[in-house]
Ligand binder design. Structure first.
Ligand SMILES: NC(=O)c1ccc[n+]([C@@H]2O[C@H](COP(=O)([O-])OP(=O)(O)OC[C@H]3O[C@@H](n4cnc5c(N)ncnc54)[C@H](O)[C@@H]3O)[C@@H](O)[C@H]2O)c1
Length: 380
């Protein structure tokens, strides 16, 4: 196969990723499926080649010219669509989180194994230059054997991203620990080379949610002029202070990973700035990033006399061209290399399952008072 023909499920929003395949000579987007007919009409125009469009999943999956499917619809649809596409004999690129339950992920993995097709998850952070530098530092042995890790995620636009639409409900995402957090938990796994074994967590809804009616939207709101959360974005403009908002906006989780690594994860959605700050501490040193400054620092242990030593090495990292610091075109290329050339992808299905499992366990723990929850073994 020289060229891969793709169908896109969920054509607007994150479905904009389709353009990276359409721009690639080894791919062609031939079809789109969505519940929104206006979005389909816009997609048809954007793709430039008049792809087939439909609101019916079966109509997309029954097409022989669709060899692979990209699932870019909301989280709660991933399990149904990924399983159906694999059972229909299509290769699948599934956005993160792989599913909104651990059992849902295992179901996808079983369908994947039974299909003999290729499956990849949308962990584009694995392809971002700043985190690749951190990974190279750790893999080089510069900090020794990883033993401790943290991620502090300051989600500076939490209202904009997560509280105006389906993301804010448990039946939409389960929890932001596995929605937003599936990236962060995956990065902790990927950087340390270890999966989470058990967790405990605390969290609550401390800023968003409230007493506003569920059908109130920003353009209709009499307080729109003064509200810092005001937004004009069709389908994503419900009031962030409405009654149905339920997923926690402030949560902290501790984890024990394989090899005895201790990790912690803070995710807060009402900070003024945006920053994902990771530290991995090993037996020989420590690596840390600053996303706003695009820097990575490495400090190594020496004698007790120079404990104030500044970083031994500082990396000034340049983002590449393209969405998400250049990661989006690279991850779409990795998918093509996987399907067309048989290459192993960086963003593996098992990694997708393990980050969801850690996030689900965290959500379970914090909703049951903070007790320890073990990660269930893979069931495939
Ligand atoms: N990897 C990343 O960096 C990244 C970034 C953004 C979003 N995402 C993921 O992409 C997915 C979509 O997020 P979004 O913000 O674009 O969502 P969205 O609400 O904008 O929806 C995306 C598209 O899906 C369509 N859609 C909605 N319900 C559908 C259904 N039942 N069946 C088919 N299509 C449906 C919408 O009409 C829209 O065109 C999420 O799972 C999210 O986690 C990943």
């Amino acid at each position: 196969m020289d060229q891969l023909h793709l169908g896109i499920i969920g054509v607007s929003g994150r479905g904009g990723m389709a353009r990276h395949w359409q721009d690639n000579p080894r791919a062609e987007v031939v079809a789109g499926m969505d519940v929104n007919s206006d979005a389909l009409a816009d997609f048809q125009e954007r793709m430039g080649n008049q792809p087939f469009v439909t609101t019916d999943l079966e109509a997309l999956l029954n097409r022989d010219d669709v060899e692979a499917v990209g699932v870019f619809s909301p989280d709660f649809t991933h399990e149904e669509y990924a399983v159906a596409a694999l059972e229909a004999g299509k290769h699948v690129f599934c956005e993160k989180p792989l599913a909104i339950t651990t059992e849902g992920c295992d179901r996808i993995l079983r369908a994947w194994k039974a299909s003999g097709k290729r499956l990849m998850v949308g962990f584009n952070m694995r392809y971002m230059n700043i985190f690749r530098v951190m990974k190279e530092v750790i893999d080089s042995g510069a900090i020794g054997e990883p033993k401790a890790a943290w991620c502090r995620h300051f989600v500076g636009h939490g209202g904009w991203f997560y509280y105006h639409d389906w993301h804010a409900r448990v039946d939409g995402t389960n929890s932001l620990l596995l929605q937003k957090g599936s990236h962060d938990l995956d990065m902790l796994h990927w950087l340390t080379g270890s999966y989470t074994q058990r967790v405990a967590a605390f969290g609550s809804l401390d800023f968003f949610g409230g007493g506003q009616p569920n059908d109130l939207t920003c353009p209709e709101c009499e307080r729109a002029r003064d509200c810092p959360e005001y937004i004009e974005w069709p389908d994503h403009e419900k009031c962030v202070f409405r009654q149905e908002v339920e997923v926690e906006d402030n949560q902290v989780m501790i984890m024990e990973l394989e090899n005895g690594i201790k990790a912690s994860y803070l995710q807060c959605h009402f900070t003024p700035d945006y920053h994902r700050n990771y530290t991995i501490i090993g037996t020989e040193g420590r690596v840390e990033n600053s996303e706003p400054e695009m820097k990575v620092w490495v400090k190594t242990r020496r004698s007790r006399h120079d404990w104030k030593a500044l970083a031994d090495r500082t990396y000034d990292v340049k983002p590449a061209e393209g969405g998400h610091g250049g990661a989006d075109p690279v991850i779409t290329q990795d998918f093509l290399d996987m399907v067309l050339d048989g290459k192993e992808p960086l963003a593996t299905p098992v990694a997708g399952r393990m980050s969801v499992a850690a996030g689900c366990a965290g959500a379970q723990s914090l909703r049951q008072g903070g007790g320890v929850v073990e990660i269930p073994p893979l069931a495939w």
